[in-house]
Design a binder for this molecule. Sequence first.
Ligand code: AMP
Length: 440
Amino acid sequence: MLFSELGLSPEILRAIEEQGYTQPTPIQEKAIPLVLSGKDLLAAAQTGTGKTAAFILPILERLKKYANNSVSPAMHPLRVLVLSPTRELADQIGENAKGYTKYLPLRSATVFGGVNMETQVQELRRGVEILIATPGRLLDHIQHKAVQLSKVEVLVLDEADRMLDMGFIQDIRKIMSLLPQERQTLLFSATFAPEIRRLSADFMRSPQLVEVARQNATNDQVEQIVYAVERSKKRHLLTHLIKTREMSQVIVFCKTKLSADQLARDLKRDGLQVEAIHGDKAQGARLEILSAFKEGSLRVLVATDVAARGLDVSELPYVVNFEMPNAAEDYVHRIGRTGRAGATGVAISLMSPEETRQHAAIEKLTKQTLPPQTVEDFWPSVSHIERSVASSHPRESVLPALMAGGEGIKKAGISRRRRKAQREIPALLLPPRYKVEVSH
Ligand code: AMP
């Protein structure tokens, strides 16, 4: 299918062409006609599927009738509100909106917390048709009467599951209650948790359901590798992988701000060009780091889940889970940072003995087996393997790792705790030549 078959105007088609897109992605093919028809939409779409354009393009088509060059704010009332969970995602949607409105006199603005409100107020007072906002900052602007919601025709909730995760439910309900009843609502979410369904039942009118991939499915374009490794060796293994795999760019995920900062310091010591982003960093610094990474002048970006949400770097080849996420859903989001829009990518997870439970949860959620592997000289210990077997993890998925690393594991683990370990390793898990002194 071609974009020109979707009922979009020449001004929009021209902007799409300038982005270099030749064909609509599946979510765009399905969602664009529905949004154009004015229907409410409940869309399950992974990151990287082209979902932003899937809602912005038809919205612009609907707004085209209002496009004008007047300087009067009254001629530019707010028509479209897009809510985003994070500043980075808001910023990205804003950039997309600016790109697609290049040939249409429609104004868009992006507002989020952590930066001065006054500049935002001035921009809002001049009048904008499209506002992309994080919920908290939007409420601040509403309170200061910098925005008027009475003419809003379309509401978009992007990454709604994440907004709920981040505790924005009250803010969202409040904002919904201030909007005109008569409007179109589009809700995008990676998963349809019960809370999302409740939200849609309360605020949407017979929404059309669009799903482009199985819920919680991971992207087929992404090669997924899990390495079993001791926690203390993770950092060295990471440096080794970045260097030997010649990763041109990589996002490394950590669970906490503290571990992200620590890892960035360690990697710097290893001679890598690295920065960390997380919620404690000032907004200016975050945006600066992100733009350095997007431009390719920064090689390694260490990030927490929330900070990296919505981050869109074209052709990002690698994602590393330095720490396995506590929520298996986050794994899907994390690895969705690579393999975007048809490009291939590699997602590497470093699993320490303490993280076998998270590994099993990820396999269960994504309905796949991710057999742990080993890297020479970074062998996991015997106890690590024992834990993998002891967890709900399927035995056959651990076996290949041991087969590959049998000798190394034996060296690393058995030399230290020879007798006990040899007794405890299940015979099945050892290559035949190591089947010694095993008792069951
Ligand atoms: P999103 O899922 O909206 O975050 O988009 C993921 C990436 O796909 C972004 O880099 C977009 O610029 C890109 N993209 C969106 N639509 C298309 C398309 N039709 N063809 C190729 N790339 C696209």
